[in-house]
Design a protein around this ligand. Sequence first.
Ligand code: 9PG
Length: 540
Amino acid sequence: MAVQLKFDRVDGNGVSYVHAPNGAGAAYDWSLTNIESEAVRVRAVSLVFTVEDVRGVLRMFRHGYQSWSPSDIATFGADVDPSTKADNEFFQAMHHADQRTVTGTDELRSEWFTVLADDDGVVLAGFIGGGSHDGILRLRRGGDGRSIELVAEAFLGDALMPSNTVRGLHPLIIEPGTEDANLLDGWAKVTGATAQARTTAPYQVGWCSWYHYFDDITEVALRANLALAPDFPFDVFQLDDGYQANIGDWLTTNEKFPSGLPAIAAAIRERGYTPGVWIAPFLVAPDSEVAIRHPDWLAAFTSRSGATRPLRAGWNPIWSDADGGFMYALDTTHPDVQQHLEHVARSLVEMGFTYIKLDFTYAPSFEGIWHDPKLTPAERVRAGFDAIRRGAGDDAFLLGCGAPLSHVVGVVDGNRIGPDVAPLWEPDASREVFPGYLRTQPSTKFADDATRYRAFMHRRLWLNDPDCLMLRTEMTDLSAADAARWARTVAESGGMALVSDDLALLDAKAKTLLQETIATGRASDDATKTGRCPLVTALF
Ligand code: 9PG
């Protein structure tokens, strides 16, 4: 006997479910009905299972919420949810579907799916789909204080349900097994097929401006790298954060980019590369033109004093300190905002940028006051992505970043599946910004961990973007050995391979490492088309 999940009950009014055997496990098709004569707000409803026959220590694969959120293996009864340490809703809104601090002291939570393990076996519990609401798996003590429960929660985030309406929920599957890697690969295949995942783009090799230049990128530096690019096997040449007039004003450049975006796209295209550009489509700076001209396009919240204020969904004083560094969320449920997003994406593609990195895209998932209160957090995020896809067209390559993973299957071509790399291996634990959340901070090691945990998603849900290679040996705190180690992980994952160095710093050795990385990367990527990704090995 190994760990088992036995269905116990439903939590929440108006839930109907049909339970059918599914291989050795079960599938739950369920829906929610509001039979009341009034509209109601629904935060969450759940299917609750008891965890039985546990032999030895009970462990949980905790899957992170968005691109940068960490995944790990936690031990029930020993580890805690990080929100109990940070207790900061603004930060937690970035890294969890439910931004509120977990109340149970022994609760462990995983987002979208999980695998539980004991000494004898494993069992997967996962939602098939995520575009219409989040799925949260909470492992905790039952009411008697001794039993253990797994709560599979359909999280609707207080969405308003009109009276006499029915809402289908994403099916839940329970699948026991002996090998976690097989269960995860199987779940990803079904989930990808159900959501019509975009998985056919070719293997991507390119250059990205961020991890050497950061915000200091200039047109001069970009053009200098472009001139050196013919020595490298790039397909894509991507300009990151630092060119824009302001956050939200994506079509106009700052003084560091005097030629403007169309000329830059043309210069990249002339050299034979696909022009790529970064935007944070759902964020606006308080002093951006878009925020000033369209205050009604911003989501809102009620401040402690009772005033209605623009909803804060990001903080970065380098971008703008107009409101202490806070960025506001565009209201993606507003038809005018959807048109605006379509227009931005269409304009970028018309300029020549057929590869667009969409960053900080968790923003519409924050709790707040939204134009259409019927939409769940997942639907708000998805509405923004769908508008961008409409504008960009079917042929553009859209890369998700800072993206709630479950919301974007079927709309993105590639997706960042880990935190930012950095020109260092591991940050000093004393530099932890939010208690419990060290592993959200930029670090090549943490990106390496994420690439392993989420390797099984590649070409099942999208193309995995493990984040950039850094090959330079100067102007970095990353040792040559660690740079090579990271390159090896990227290669074995078969994921996207973008270089993020000043190309002038790359010597013959770096070029050889890149060639080897790409050769292995292509082979790994090909392997995922017929079988499992080579990097996917047992987690437990
Ligand atoms: C540009 C960068 C790069 C990078 C992205 C993203 O939590 N944070 O404050 C935080 C800031 C930046 C960040 C991730 C998290 O990096 O992942 O590749 O495009 O934005 O600003």
